[in-house]
Structure formats: C-alpha cells, structure tokens
Write a protein that binds this ligand. Structure first.
Ligand SMILES: Cc1cc2nc3c(=O)[nH]c(=O)nc-3n(C[C@H](O)[C@H](O)[C@H](O)COP(=O)(O)OP(=O)(O)OC[C@H]3O[C@@H](n4cnc5c(N)ncnc54)[C@H](O)[C@@H]3O)c2cc1C
Length: 400
C-alpha cells in the first residue's frame, strides 16, 4: 500500500514536530484555564497560525508546509502532549486538509471532477494560508456508528447551489471555526456529500450546553442548519469520493488517535517527574511497589505507542485486510490504554497527585473521551475485529 504523494523527508518531519515542541510549554500553561472555563483555545490557534501550522498539510505549492499523513500523526502527538483540546480540534482542521489533499489525490475521479476539485481546493487553501481560516468537521449525528451510515442532513439543489438542513452533535470548534464541513445527502441519492458551510451563514446556529467530563476546550455544541444556502463550489469533494475514503483510505479515521498518544506521553512525563520528586510532595522513587507500577506503565505505553507507529507507516490507499485490522487494533489499543494509563498513574502517584494545579486529573478526564469517538470508536473497532476473517467478508464492505 502506498500513496501517490511523496513522503515527507525525516528531517522535515523533525522540523515540524520541533515547531510544536517550541509552542508546547506555553500551550501546557494555558491548558488548565481552557479546561476550567470550557473555553476554546483561541490564543493557541493564534500561535499555530503565526507558526504556519494551520497549513501543515496544505501542499507546499499552495503555500503550506506540505506535510503528509504520517507527519501529521507525529505533529498531532506532540500537540496532544501539551494540550489535548488543542490537538483534538487541530485534528478536525487538518483532517479536512488531508481529505482534500493527499487522500483525494490517491482516489478515483473523472477528469472533469478532478479539475473542479482542483479549483475548489485552491480556494480553500487560499482561505487557510491567506486569511487564516480554521476548518471544523462536524460529521456526527448520533444515528449510526459507520462513517457513511445514518446521515440525515440533506442538501437540496437550488439555483446556484444547495440548501442544507440538519443537526450535527459534538460540533467541535463551535463558534470558533470559520468553516464547518458537514457530510450530507441529496434527497435523490444516498451518496455522501461534503459541504463547507461558512460560520456566518444565515440559518446556521449552535444549541445546547457545554460542560463535559473532558476535552472541555473543544467546545463541541450541537450545530443546527436550517435551510442554509451554500454555493455549488462549497462542495469540497466530488460526489462519491467521501464514500471511497471509507473503502480505500480507511486510515483517515485513525487521525483522532494521535491526540491520545500525546496525552499518554504527558501522563508518563508527569508520573516520572512526580515519582522522582521533581514535582509534587517529594521523591517516591525508593518504593518497590511504585517502581512496579511505573514499570507496568512503561510496558503499556510502549506497547500502544509501537503499534500506533507501525500502523502510521501503513497508512495509504488500498490497504490490505491485515493492515486494516491492525489499524482497528491500534485504535482500540490507544483509546483504551490512554485512560488505563492515567488511572494507573493516579494509583501509583497517590492522592496528592490529583490536586490542581497538577495536570493528572485533567489528563485522566481527557484520556477517557477517546474511546467514544466514531466511526472508529473502541466498540465499533472491536465489533469489526470480532467479525474480521471469521465471516470471510473483510474485503466486502466499507472499513469505516
Ligand atoms: C470531545 C468530543 C469531541 C467530538 N468532536 C467531534 C467532531 O468534531 N466531529 C464529529 O463528527 N464528531 C465529534 N464527536 C462525536 C463522536 O465522534 C461520536 O459521534 C459521539 O461520541 C457519539 O455519541 P453518542 O452518544 O451518539 O454515542 P453512541 O452510543 O456511540 O451512538 C451513536 C450511534 O451509533 C450506534 N452505535 C454506537 N456504537 C455501536 C456499536 N458498537 N454497535 C452498534 N451500534 C452502535 C448507537 O446505537 C447510536 O445510534 C466528538 C465527541 C467527543 C466526546
């Protein structure tokens, strides 16, 4: 399995990770405030924009940094290490860049569709690079676990474009994104369409309260679309391409997991510092039981991390059934190991580690959220893994 897009060279990968690492301490300092107030990390986004990172996965000839999917994974992990909410929302933004860039380049399109796609993405990239646009990706409606199932938001054809109506739950970057990229269907056809809706569109609103357990800075309200007009050029992928992603580029749905790898790294850093006495009430390094817990944590972390890195190298078009199964396994491993590791850290470090301003209690809450994220929630991945191979149909349906 490969991608038609050349891989980012290792030295460039290191440069991009270093860009985030430089911002990291400031992001880590701000994280407690975003969490306490359930407030979007606007200041972090200003810094990401100034560093050129909104264009991380925008190809270089459109003015971006030109990073590929695998590089995104490494950068996202580093971001998650400093602020989970920033990393998870950055995922929504960057996933759209990847969908319209590297992933679209790997998929089938007619020459006419390819030409119109090119025109549209040039405009989208210009918005990101020139005007600092932030993109969101509210796909979920809460009706079904599959990436292309249960979509009831409609796009009705009207003069010059479409009129959109529907509701999206957990629309991360509510009020913060410039564009909300929703999936929908036309009444005459079940093909999934991807439409980009400007945040100031008439008929677009947000409802509900936002006071969740974790990932509080994502500000993921319910997005309501009531007869919202978008021009034809708002369609970000030609019809049928989004459905192809689920069959042919399923590793796209892994992108969420890198945030949680970063959170795990942060749990490890915290525990190391706490047990060694660099933070907290004093050293606990001589206690054999704590050493045993710390050893257990290292094994869990390394196992999840190694599998995630292996799978990152697999990402591309037309994976083998084995590669897709491995990706599901990695998703389960990351999304379950993160909260387990945070829970173990609480036990090993002890009661005072839970007190603010220590970061562990926030990491513990943020880590718990990953398993619920569709379409590759832990349950959905386990369900697919349980059937894979046994029914002999692993090549037959969409992988997401
Ligand atoms: C912090 C946070 C941020 C998020 N941000 C975004 C975002 O930006 N964009 C976005 O699109 N989504 C986002 N989500 C939503 C997420 O991806 C899920 O869609 C959401 O958690 C589902 O919630 P639910 O209560 O509907 O759960 P679920 O119980 O998972 O239900 C969803 C539907 O799928 C069915 N279902 C679920 N699991 C199974 C199963 N194993 N077998 C059969 N049926 C099943 C349920 O019956 C139901 O119909 C976010 C979630 C969180 C927690």
């Amino acid at each position: 399995m490969t991608s038609t897009v050349p891989p980012t060279p290792p030295d460039r990968q290191r440069d991009f990770v270093a860009l985030v690492a430089d911002l990291g301490p400031t992001f880590a300092e701000r994280a407690a405030g975003y969490d306490r107030d359930a407030r979007f990390p606007h200041e972090n986004y200003a810094d990401l924009r100034a560093a050129g990172l909104l264009g991380l996965c925008v190809p270089a000839h459109y003015g971006g940094l030109g990073a590929d999917f695998a590089t995104y994974g490494l950068v996202s992990e580093e971001l998650g290490r400093h602020c989970g909410s920033t990393a998870l929302t950055f995922n929504m933004h960057t996933a759209t860049m990847l969908l319209c860039g590297q992933i679209a380049d790997d998929l089938e399109m007619s020459p006419a569709d390819r030409a119109s796609h090119e025109r549209r993405r040039v405009a989208m990239y210009a918005g990101v690079i020139g005007d600092g646009h932030i993109h969101a990706q509210p796909f979920s409606e809460g009706n079904a676990p599959g990436a292309t199932a249960g979509v009831t938001t409609t796009a009705v054809r009207v003069e010059g474009g479409f009129q959109l109506s529907g509701r999206k739950i957990f629309a991360s970057l509510s009020h913060a994104a410039d564009r909300h990229n929703v999936i929908c269907i036309t009444p005459e056809d079940p093909t999934i369409r991807l439409m980009s809706v400007p945040t100031d569109s008439e008929g677009l609103s947000f409802t509900g309260d936002w006071d969740p357990l974790g990932m509080r800075g994502t500000v993921s309200l319910t997005l309501v679309l009531e007869d919202v007009f978008v021009p034809s050029d708002a369609e970000l992928l030609p019809p049928g391409v989004f459905d192809q992603v689920a069959h042919r580029w399923p590793h796209f749905y892994l992108t969420l997991s890198f945030t949680y790898l970063g959170i795990m790294r942060s749990v490890m850093d915290f525990t190391d510092g706490y047990l060694a006495g660099r933070i907290g009430p004093g050293s606990r390094r001589e206690n054999p039981q704590k050493q045993a817990g710390w050893a257990e944590m290292q094994v869990s972390y390394e196992r999840a991390h190694a599998l995630a890195r292996h799978v990152l190298a697999d990402a591309g078009v037309d994976p083998s059934p084995t590669q897709v199964r491995r990706a599901w396994a990695s998703m389960v491993s990351t999304m379950e190991t993160a909260p387990e590791l945070a829970s173990l850290a609480v036990r090993v470090c002890g009661g005072r580690s839970l007190l603010r301003p220590h970061t562990l209690e926030r990491l513990y809450r943020d880590a718990r959220c990953g398993a619920t994220m569709l379409p590759w929630s832990v349950e959905a991945c386990l369900d697919r893994l349980g059937r894979a191979g046994l029914s002999g149909d692993e090549d037959g349906g969409p992988h997401a």
